[in-house]
Design a protein around this ligand. Structure first.
Ligand code: TXA
Ligand code: MG
Length: 348
């Protein structure tokens, strides 16, 4: 299959949007930009579209998909009920990087929800995504548009890298803004629970909902039953081994990374370091890349996946990364880094 890339960065992208919407209505797949990461979309009403998504990504089919909508009315067709706190969250953060888990309606195929009786829904704020969803007129099931297990795509090039020849169309909206996936909040229980941290923080949610919100555990082992099935798989992984060096004392962290880089180089390994603007001059590895600035954490979320992919291109054997401690963007960044590292962490 030939994959066509169409630009949607400008206002006069109507034709590309119309073509893409037509493909979606036929049950075919289209990758499109959202404000978080690129999504791989297929009609949320069609089992065969969901099957195509799982196949193109190489994703286990018990890992449910998020339904994306372009207008509020569609929620009643997707969810059997919308609890008060969920309504408040949607009003406060939609369109935007928030996904809500609600009880599913009969109309949503189990193929989309991985057999669950709940469904994940989100209204993205990216103008091209909204235009596509409104033109398509169906909810669009869309996981991140990467091969399962690889870092999520934050540029159309990343999508092409993973899915070229497997899907008919990619809409290119340039580099995304947020860079990590949406915050997922489960509203099916007594208390709202954050299943995946993202740009919208626990604090912001609690303020908007005027109620307590829980954070599910950061790391989920293979042998427990996770509430978001996606949490049990290895994720976002670069090809090289990634090791996180954590600690409150930044100098100690830098010393430990320097020591480990030296040891690995002595063994003939090609080494990489994920540094920050503040520290990048201090390392002597084969490849040192700054992921952004600690004093502007939104630069770190925006660059994270791109940096992980860049290390693949530079063919390093081992990567050491600084950690990020904190309760806002840091939470989202560490959640991804810990998974990318397959839980290999050292505390100094
Ligand atoms: O920002 C995002 O959310 C991006 C863009 C494309 O919108 N999408 C995304 O989708 O990250 P995906 O498939 O890569 O991640 C969806 C996560 C998975 O961990 C999945 O297990 C969880 O959402 N999920 C989906 N439906 C669920 C449900 N009913 N209950 C619990 N978790 C669910
Ligand atoms: Mg994903």
């Amino acid at each position: 299959m030939k994959t066509i890339v169409r630009n949607v960065e400008n206002k006069d992208n109507k034709e590309a949007i119309r073509e893409a919407a037509g493909l979606l209505r036929e049950g075919k797949l289209v990758a499109f930009p959202t404000e978080t990461v690129y999504g791989l979309g297929g009609s949320g009403w069609m089992e065969e579209a969901a099957s195509r998504i799982y196949e193109a990504k190489g994703r286990p089919s018990d890992n449910p998909l998020i339904l994306h909508i372009g207008s509020m009315e569609m929620i009643d067709e997707i969810a059997s009920c919308v609890p008060g706190p969920a309504k408040k969250a949607m009003d406060a953060f939609w369109p935007g990087p928030l996904t809500v888990i609600l009880p599913k309606s009969d109309k949503v195929p189990y193929r989309v929800t991985g057999g669950l009786d709940s469904v994940a829904v989100r209204m993205p704020s990216h103008p091209a995504a909204l235009a596509l969803l409104r033109e398509a007129g169906v909810p669009v099931a869309a996981p991140s548009a990467n091969t399962s297990g690889r870092p999520s795509p934050t540029k159309a090039e990343h999508v092409v890298e993973d899915l070229d020849g497997k899907i008919p169309m990619v809409l290119d909206g340039g580099k995304v803004e947020v860079g990590v996936e949406s915050t997922i909040v489960d509203f099916t229980g007594e208390v709202p629970v954050i299943l995946r941290p993202g740009k919208i923080t626990k604090d912001e949610l609690e303020k908007a909902l005027s109620t307590e919100v829980l954070m599910s555990t950061l790391s989920v082992k293979e042998d427990t039953v996770p509430r978001a099935p996606g949490m049990k798989y290895k994720h976002y992984a670069p090809k090289a081994q990634l090791v996180l060096i954590l600690g409150e004392d930044r100098e100690k962290v830098a010393e430990e990374i320097t020591k480990r880089v030296r040891d690995c180089r002595e063994q003939g390994m090609k080494t990489g370091v994920i540094a920050t603007e503040e520290t990048m001059g201090g390392y002597d590895a084969d490849e040192v890349i700054s992921v952004g600035s600690r004093s502007h954490m939104e630069t770190v979320t925006a660059n994270l996946y791109d940096v992980l992919r860049e290390f693949d291109h530079r063919d390093v054997d081992v990567i050491f990364s600084e950690g990020f401690e904190g309760e806002e963007y840091e939470e989202a960044v560490m959640n991804r880094l810990v998974k990318a590292a397959g839980h290999q962490m050292i505390r100094v």
